[in-house]
Design a protein around this ligand. Structure first.
Ligand SMILES: [Zn+2]
Length: 129
C-alpha cells in the first residue's frame, strides 16, 4: 500500500485536499514537490530582501561600499522570482483554468451554460444541440 501512503502524505503537505479531489496520485506527488520547491525559493527570497533592507539602512546611515552587495542581492532575488514564476506556471498546468464569461469576465463553474452574473449564454461544445 505504498501508493496510498504517499498520496496521504502529499495531500497533507499541500493541505488542499478539496481542490486536489479527483487528481491522479502521480500528479499530487508532483504538485507537492513543486509547491515545496516554491516555498523553499520564497524563503530564500525573504532572506535576501531582509538582508537588502539592512544593507539599504546601513547605506542610508552613511556606510560606504555596499552598492556591489546590494546589486548582487537584487539580481539573485530577481532570478529567484523568475524561477518561482516558472514553477507556479507548471503548478497551474495541473489546474485547468475555469471557463470565463466572454462578456463580463466572471469565472464560472465548469458545467455553466449561462453566466450567473450577466446572463450571457456561453458558447460551449456541450451546449450545442
Ligand atoms: Zn457574464
Amino acid at each position: 500500500m505504498e501508493i496510498f501512503k504517499k498520496v496521504g502524505e502529499g495531500a497533507k503537505t499541500i493541505g488542499e485536499s478539496a481542490r486536489s479531489f479527483g487528481k491522479k496520485s502521480s500528479d499530487l506527488v508532483e504538485i507537492a514537490k513543486l509547491k515545496y520547491e516554491v516555498a523553499k525559493l520564497e524563503k530564500e527570497m525573504d532572506n535576501n530582501v531582509s538582508a537588502l533592507g539592512k544593507l539599504v539602512f546601513l547605506q542610508y546611515k552613511g556606510e560606504e561600499g555596499l552598492e556591489e552587495e546590494i546589486e548582487r542581492l537584487v539580481k539573485v532575488t530577481m532570478e529567484l522570482e523568475a524561477e518561482v514564476a516558472g514553477i507556479q506556471e507548471q503548478i497551474g498546468k495541473f489546474y485547468p483554468s475555469p471557463p470565463v464569461c466572454p462578456e463580463c469576465r466572471t469565472e464560472l463553474p465548469d458545467e455553466a451554460r449561462f453566466c450567473y452574473n450577466c446572463g450571457n449564454k456561453l458558447n460551449r461544445d456541450e451546449a450545442q444541440d
